[in-house]
Design a protein around this ligand. Structure first.
Ligand code: NI
Length: 224
């Protein structure tokens, strides 16, 4: 399941984050790429140590983890620190698959889900599409500022060259309590259906049964 989620950030948040990024320090993104991804990675990332970067990360992380659709889609157990990436002047990130395990020590996580949260308006730059390469063919994503695409980390993907303007995104990885993407999709569908029933009819007997099934499927599948 590849999901686009709109309005994770308000326009006011997006514009404040953009001015913080304008004032931030960026470095070569190859520093955090694995040995083969390094061959095709050409972008910049905000230096992670500053107070500014930490505050921005906390704000974006809170917006994501507090959003009900994001919660339903990812069912997070752990999340990597968010990275702010920037592409301009032809920068690109060729086809690659994200590392299956990231972090060190207690912070090690298995990457089940990747996300890209777009921070610049699509009209303000050319190129920069995130392209996923699945058995169903290629899909291209270039979303409004404040919207994110959430996709299985097992997906081959790339970022097209940015030929005008700049493309800034917040990216990160999640270890889900539900490892299997097909199982996550079952839970997502069931959760969506029960919420729609609740909105239409309130807390009916059918809503209660769906809620029970959703909970019990998680008892079968969840890794805590
Ligand atoms: Ni990637």
């Amino acid at each position: 399941m590849i999901l686009c989620i709109g309005n994770l950030l308000t326009p006011a948040q997006v514009s404040r984050i953009r001015s913080e990024l304008d004032a931030g320090q960026f470095e070569d993104g190859r520093k955090t790429a694995g040995w083969h991804a390094r061959l095709v990675k050409n972008n910049e990332q905000m230096a992670s140590g500053s107070d500014r970067a930490q505050a921005l990360r906390a704000e974006v992380e809170a917006a994501l983890t507090g959003h009900p659709v994001f919660q339903m889609a990812v069912r997070a157990r752990k999340m990597t620190p968010i990275i702010f990436s920037r592409y301009h002047d032809g920068m690109t990130y060729g086809n690659h698959v994200d590392d299956p395990v990231m972090g060190r020590g207690e912070n090690r996580i298995r990457t089940d889900i990747s996300f890209t949260l777009f921070l610049d308006d699509p009209e303000s730059y050319d190129g920069g599409e995130l392209v996923t390469d699945t058995t169903a063919g290629e899909q291209s994503y270039k979303l409004p500022a404040g919207s994110a695409v959430v996709y299985p980390s097992s997906t081959l993907h790339r970022v097209e060259p940015v030929t005008r303007g700049q493309r800034r995104v917040a990216i990160g990885w999640i270890q889900s309590t539900i490892r299997d993407p097909a199982q996550r999709e079952v839970l997502f569908d069931l959760d969506t259906a029960r919420r729609q029933i609740f909105e239409r009819e309130g807390k009916t007997a059918e809503f209660d049964l769906l809620t029970k099934s959703l909970a019990n499927l998680q008892r079968f599948w969840a890794e805590i």
